[in-house]
Design a protein around this ligand. Structure first.
Ligand code: HCA
Ligand code: CU
Length: 395
């Protein structure tokens, strides 16, 4: 059974302009817990005192999920995380040759000494702490460095090794640049040394491949996958929570693992408080994700929704709908009229056609027609017009 680590509160808050107050953080954590996420990464307490407070508050909230803090590979940072009573600590340090030379100005052995020192310290302070060591920018680090750093980290007490594709460089389509290759190689190499950490993956979306890479890693045996609500995060963000869950179910995970019907409340809450709108065509969660529009589509789904849906909206606790506009056909008007309680009028084909023409005309304003709010008066107007025309014919 794969585990999901949600990083909306850590990586997601690294989206420019996003800030969640401690109260909002707690609410988001509760909602993630209700959905069934396994680990909630809340933030780095060394960044700000308020983040430290939020971590502590969530760690003390009695949630089922493990609550984690993020930390630089430094003892003073780790101590701040431990002071927050977390169950989980994530320490990251890159062993890419370029980073070692250009930024840290140390050699691989010195880097490994630092990683070992920090992890051993954390383990000693809190032996039951779940410790993750992340190979930042792993996909652009020499495999030997990755293996050496990972095995040293596990020997020092790391329970989880995370392969971070920090810059979204991975692709499932080039074997040696694929995250599955890193997962498999690392597992095999560590097993050969009798080391059995859980393997986590953290995929960025710079080339739009975060989800594909995460699923590639899943197929290769990754144990934990990182996500954020709406895929929030640095630059182009990371894997989207809802998209990952749906695809994992598609690939054989049980849908009983997660309460998917709570996803839309969570997304609306995060969207509202991050001030980032959910794209209408966002898969699964967007307001158009199960909305059918063009005439030929609506006619087909009126017979069987599966003709234009590969996903059943019921799994998310929602229903499909129709939209009205220039692309609409006759059936959409019939359905929409029934939806607003004017099914009594659909027998009048001329009236339905008149409404259709009116809808097409209105659609030229370029914004969506609100069926609940606008259709009743359109129907009324067209109905009156029909009655007048009938009256005139009788005169
Ligand atoms: C960061 C980089 C990071 C770390 C991931 C991790 C990445 O923002 O600090 O610690 O597991 O993408 O490498 O998010
Ligand atoms: Cu990241």
């Amino acid at each position: 059974m794969v585990k999901i680590l949600d990083s909306t509160l850590r990586e997601g808050e690294q989206t420019p302009g996003v800030y969640f107050s401690p109260d909002k953080k707690l609410r988001i954590a509760q909602m993630l817990d209700q959905i069934g996420v396994n680990i909630i990464e809340v933030g780095n307490p060394a960044v700000d005192q308020e983040i430290a407070l939020a971590i502590k508050q969530i760690a003390d909230a009695g949630l089922k999920a493990k609550i984690g803090a993020h930390s630089l590979c430094r003892i003073d940072n780790v101590q701040k995380a431990l002071d927050c009573d977390v169950d989980f600590l994530g320490v990251f340090f890159s062993v890419s040759q370029k980073r070692l030379e250009t930024d840290y100005h140390i050699c691989l052995n010195q880097a490994i000494d630092k990683i070992v020192e920090v992890i051993s310290y954390a383990k000693l302070q809190q032996p039951n702490l779940l410790i993750r060591y992340t190979l930042e920018d792993a996909l652009r680090s020499p495999l030997e460095n990755v293996i050496d750093a990972a095995s040293a980290a596990v020997k020092a007490g790391a329970d989880i090794i995370s392969i971070a594709d920090t810059t979204g460089y991975a692709t499932p389509f080039y074997p040696y640049r694929s995250i599955s290759f890193y997962v498999q190689t690392l597992k095999t190499e560590l097993e050969n040394c009798n080391l059995y950490p859980q393997i986590e993956v953290h995929c960025h979306n710079d080339q739009g491949l975060a989800l594909a890479n995460a699923l590639d890693a899943y197929r290769a045996g990754a144990d934990i996958i990182d996500v954020a609500v709406m895929g929030l995060g640095e630059r182009a963000g990371i894997v989207d929570l809802a998209e990952l869950m749906i695809n994992l179910i598609d690939m054989g995970e049980s849908k009983q693992l997660w309460q998917l019907n709570y996803l839309s409340d969570l997304y609306n809450f995060v969207s509202e408080h991050s001030h980032i709108p959910i794209a209408p065509h966002h898969p699964i969660i967007g307001k158009n994700a199960f909305t059918h529009y063009a005439g030929v589509h609506v006619k087909a789904i009126s017979k069987d929704e599966r003709l234009y849906q590969s996903l059943n909206p019921e799994i998310l606790g929602c229903k499909s709908s129709v939209a009205l506009g220039m692309q609409s056909g006759y059936t959409a008007i019939e359905i929409a009229m029934k939806n607003i309680g004017r099914g009594d009028l659909v027998q009048d084909q001329n009236l339905v056609n008149l409404i259709l023409q009116e809808v097409k005309k209105i659609s030229k304003r370029g914004t969506q027609i609100d069926i609940e709010k606008e259709l009743p008066s359109i129907v009324e107007r067209c109905y009156m017009e029909r009655q007048e025309a009938k009256g005139k014919r009788q005169e």
